[in-house]
Write a protein that binds this ligand. Structure first.
Ligand code: SAH
Length: 254
């Protein structure tokens, strides 16, 4: 199974709810956050105190609910943040850059390595007001059915924190997802390339003495994929089976 390591920047992402009306939704937000590994819940001037319904909807995430921080203003809640993204169900005709949750998560995560960042959500009835949106450097909209575009508050948070978790998976420098195991060694990669070249020769794929340029491209392809040792072994097992098949003595399938 491919295991993805999660980096720790998620702990630096604040989910800020401005003027939330229903305690039940706040509980739902706590749960949405905890399942994706976020813990920093900020409540700006909620309309009602947390109650039994909030607890019930939080389910096993009552710790996130209990450690929620309160602020009177959004300005206070995001004071230390280096990037603040406001969410809106509506497409506003403004100069604000508008991201989808995937792009926003990719912007937020690297910043979260150094300092807190925030994603801000509005109240159930009217969303984020313009004054709150003014406090945000970017805006995010979850792409939806244009005829029915508004998600429930905790559902909107769920979509956003899922994308944050996906963006937090350990990636290699060129942005590809790793398996969480170290990449194959240079010697293992050379063994693979030799094996591949020999197999392609056996299959008659190369013109005589013309394998150089093609093998360079094959190397580039596999180096980009950065396989780990077990993946190299898997490929070499496949090559052995192909060689046997070409020679007319196929192994029984695995
Ligand atoms: N009636 C409000 C929607 C409120 S929904 C309006 O028209 O704006 C409550 C909150 O959930 C919103 O303030 C926003 O933070 C979030 N939300 C709901 N749907 C969303 C969407 N499609 N994209 C981004 N955020 C959304």
């Amino acid at each position: 199974m491919t295991t993805c390591q999660i980096n720790h920047n998620l702990a630096n992402v604040r989910i800020v709810l401005v003027g939330a009306q229903h305690p039940g939704n706040i509980g739902g937000v706590a749960r949405a956050m905890k399942v994706m590994g976020l813990t920093e819940l900020w409540l700006v001037a909620p309309k009602k105190a947390l109650d039994e319904e909030a607890e019930a909807r939080a389910s096993g995430a009552s710790d996130v609910l209990a450690s929620a921080r309160y602020a009177d203003t959004l300005t206070e809640a995001v004071a230390e943040c280096t990037l603040v993204v406001g969410t809106s169900a509506r497409e506003r005709r403004t100069a604000w850059p508008l991201d989808d949750p995937r792009d926003a998560a990719e912007r937020l995560l690297p910043k979260a390595a150094e300092a807190p960042v925030a994603v801000v959500f509005g109240c159930e009835r009217s969303g984020l007001d313009n004054e709150s949106l003014d406090r945000c450097q970017r805006h995010m909209r979850i792409p939806t059915n244009p005829a029915y575009s508004s998600l429930n508050l905790s559902a909107a948070v769920q979509v956003v924190v899922y994308e944050l978790r996906m963006a937090a998976r350990q990636t290699t420098e060129d942005g590809t997802v790793t398996t969480g195991r170290p990449p194959a060694t240079s010697a293992e990669m050379e063994g693979l390339f030799e094996h591949l070249e020999a197999t392609l020769h056996t299959a008659g794929f190369f013109k005589p003495n013309r394998s150089g340029a093609l093998m360079r491209r094959v190397r580039r392809l596999f180096n980009r994929a950065a396989p780990d040792s077990s993946e190299v072994n898997l490929l070499r097992g496949g090559l052995r089976a192909l060689t046997n098949a070409v020679r007319g003595r196929g192994d029984p399938p695995l």
